[in-house]
Design a protein around this ligand. Structure first.
Ligand code: GAL
Length: 423
């Protein structure tokens, strides 16, 4: 029996665009319409979670979960510049009230990749004004929802956004350019810090208790050939840019190379109360002259290892390594995402057990982990891959919209109920 600390949060995570359906006013809607998603799929009605959130939270409560992470869709809340939608604000208050009624601690993400169309049309993260727009939106959310939200993520996986939107071009705006990446990274760091301070301003004024952090993607990165100096260099470069740069900037206030020449920004320093860790997999990386767009580094799938439906290696030990690495920042940590897309639910059950064992090991070794949010509650729209990857504890019938909890849901629910994992 591996017993988790009292008060440990057990939840699942979703994001607005992936589950709500009909997010017609954002950049992804247009990206899908232009045929950029695999098999030209579109998110469409998704899981109709916009209308079925009560039912989904009832399912989550039945599974004995006590927390839920979801995102607010900026394009619903502010459909045109400077104009906030009362009905959308009302909707998300209903969502939050429902979570409280279902005895769930809500964790809100304010930006989970999608941007309102009007922001995208004005250049998205390439327009300096986004710092003003984003802060205004965040402040509004903090004012309207602050009494109901103990845990905020300013944003989800800023480096993944940067990677997919401006390095691979798989996501909107799909412009591949090194010159664009640098100012966008700097702006994402500043936007996070401004959001952090805006939420705290509002909650102090109203005597609300809120903790603010962000969810970062952390891929365990190792050299393809540990004996090759070039591969070791490539792996350490990837790790320092994709895993560490954002974290170090927030910790020290120093925005490292290549974003700036170690510029110090006092507003950025210490702008977090917790760290959200999204962990999925490990990457073996080698030096490659053929990949200048990826800083001359190339990731290669390790043959003979267990993979998920999308070919990502299943590597539970990496969760332990990531947690131990993040512990150096001396902040509470939530695992804000961890999960697997697979058509074999038995593989998901095994994945959950093996990852939770690593999480437990990290806690035993002194890492302050406060909760675990499995990705995801229900199968949903997996960005450029469409609907084929199944990450859910429950399947969703796209026609009837009925939810079908899998055996892994039952297993995860048992773990949450007992606050312990039986090996
Ligand atoms: C994360 C992302 C989620 C979801 C998940 C599974 O990187 O935050 O939105 O797509 O990956 O791939």
């Amino acid at each position: 029996m591996l017993k988790f600390p009292d008060g440990f949060l057990w939840g699942t995570a979703t994001s607005a665009h992936q589950v709500e359906g009909n997010n017609t006013l954002n950049d992804w809607w247009d990206w899908e319409a232009a045929g950029h998603v695999k098999n030209r799929e579109i998110s469409g009605l998704a899981c109709d979670h916009f209308n079925r959130f009560e039912e989904d939270f009832t399912l989550s409560q039945k599974l004995n979960l006590n927390a839920h992470r979801f995102s607010i869709e900026w394009s619903r809340v502010e459909p045109s510049e400077g104009e906030f939608s009362d009905s959308a604000l009302y909707h998300y208050r209903q969502v939050l009230e429902s979570l409280h009624r279902h005895k769930h601690v809500p964790m809100v993400t304010l930006l989970h990749f999608t941007l309102p169309r009007w922001v995208a049309e004005k250049g998205a993260w390439e327009n300096e004004k986004i710092l003003f727009w984003f802060e205004r939106y965040v402040r509004k959310c903090a004012q309207v929802f602050g009494d109901l939200v103990p845990l905020w993520n300013t944003m989800n996986e800023p480096m993944v956004y940067m990677f997919e939107a401006l390095m691979t071009g798989h996501w909107p705006p799909g412009k591949i350019s090194l010159a664009r990446q640098i100012p966008v990274m700097r702006r994402l760091i500043q936007a996070h810090a401004q959001a952090y301070h805006a939420i705290h301003d509002e909650s102090q004024r109203n005597h609300w208790k809120s903790q603010v952090g962000l969810a970062v993607y952390y891929r365990l990165i190792q050299p393809w050939n540990p004996h090759s100096i070039l591969d070791r260099w490539a792996a350490s470069l990837r790790d320092s840019v994709f895993n560490q740069l954002f974290l170090n900037a927030i910790h020290t206030g120093i925005i490292g190379f290549p974003v700036t020449f170690n510029q110090f920004d006092p507003n950025v320093k210490g702008s977090w109360d917790f760290i959200g860790l999204n962990y999925y997999s490990r990457g073996k990386v080698r030096f490659s002259l053929g990949c200048p767009q990826f800083l001359f580094t190339e990731e290669i799938a390790l043959p003979g290892t267990e993979k998920n439906f999308l070919g990502w290696e299943v590597y539970p030990e990496g969760l332990y390594d990531a947690l131990v690495d993040l512990a150096r920042f001396q902040k509470p940590i939530f695992v804000t995402e961890n999960g697997i897309c697979t058509d074999e639910d038995i593989q998901r059950q095994d994945f959950i057990k093996r990852h939770l064992r690593e999480l437990y090991r990290a806690i035993q070794d002194g890492v302050d982990v406060r909760g675990y949010f499995h990705w995801s509650l229900i199968d949903n729209f997996e960005w450029a891959h469409g609907y084929a990857p199944h990450f859910g504890l429950a399947a969703v019938d796209p026609v009837s919209q009925r939810r079908f909890p899998r055996e892994s849901a039952r297993l995860y629910g048992e773990i949450a109920r007992n606050n312990s994992l039986e090996l």
